[in-house]
Ligand binder design. Structure first.
Ligand SMILES: [Zn+2]
Length: 75
């Protein structure tokens, strides 16, 4: 399975998150957000919108694989 989300999946994740970072709440646009795997890809997480969340670039770069399971609200 591909690791990268498609543009359509990214858009869906951004909408689901209310155009805000799932961690810090900063406003996001398609140009400045990172599509993140809730269950990390390296741990078998699917590249599907339900396993995705929108993070800002800063939060995503700080995350790595450390936040597994942090946000599991809206399956
Ligand atoms: Zn953030």
């Amino acid at each position: 399975m591909a690791r990268n989300f498609t543009r359509a999946q990214r858009l869906l994740m951004l909408r689901k998150s209310g155009y805000c970072c799932a961690n810090c709440g900063v406003n996001l646009t398609l140009d400045n957000f990172a599509a993140d795997h809730r269950i990390p890809y390296s741990k078998g997480g699917a590249t599907q919108a339900w396993n995705g969340q929108a993070l800002c670039i800063t939060c995503n770069s700080q995350k790595g694989d450390k936040w597994e399971g942090l946000s599991n609200g809206d399956r």
